[in-house]
Design a protein around this ligand. Sequence first.
Ligand SMILES: [Zn+2]
Length: 182
Amino acid sequence: MMATTHAAMGVLLATPLLWVAPEYAVPAALGALAGGVFPDLDLGVLEHRKTLHYPEHYWPLAAAAFGAAVAATAPLTVAAAFFFLSAAVHSVTDALGGGLGKRPWIEDDHRGVYSHCRDRWVRPRRWIRYDGAPEDLAAAAVLSAPGLALYGGLVRRLTLAMLAVSVVYTLARKRLPDLDPT
Ligand SMILES: [Zn+2]
């Protein structure tokens, strides 16, 4: 799944705050957006879907951060809580995507996401066959609806920008391996 799909998913998770605690809805959405992208910063130099992906360990961090946000409610603590929640959801949902191969659509790789608890790779379920697949873009579009329709300002602008990036990435996805000589 694209990082932008995960980020939009994070914003969706933060959306209830618009009704529950509207004054914290924007920090929550921004925290969730950052947390949705964060695990994928291990792409490239680090080991992708392993170094910053923790399908188990982000959950206790999120629980602790939510505890802190309730005890000391402030934009920063609320943002941190949704950051960890979104990173946790990202790490788990990566297992629903494709493998890690250079051309994941040929299904030659069986690494979905790394479970640091079990010390092994979780196999990819391929509900979304690969990052940048048409169904990935469809998911990104649907998950972006709250960010576009219910938020204004920065959250809406970032959601729109991410959706634009998703469209370009999806269109270019199958040509990307040809650009990489390794
Ligand atoms: Zn990921």
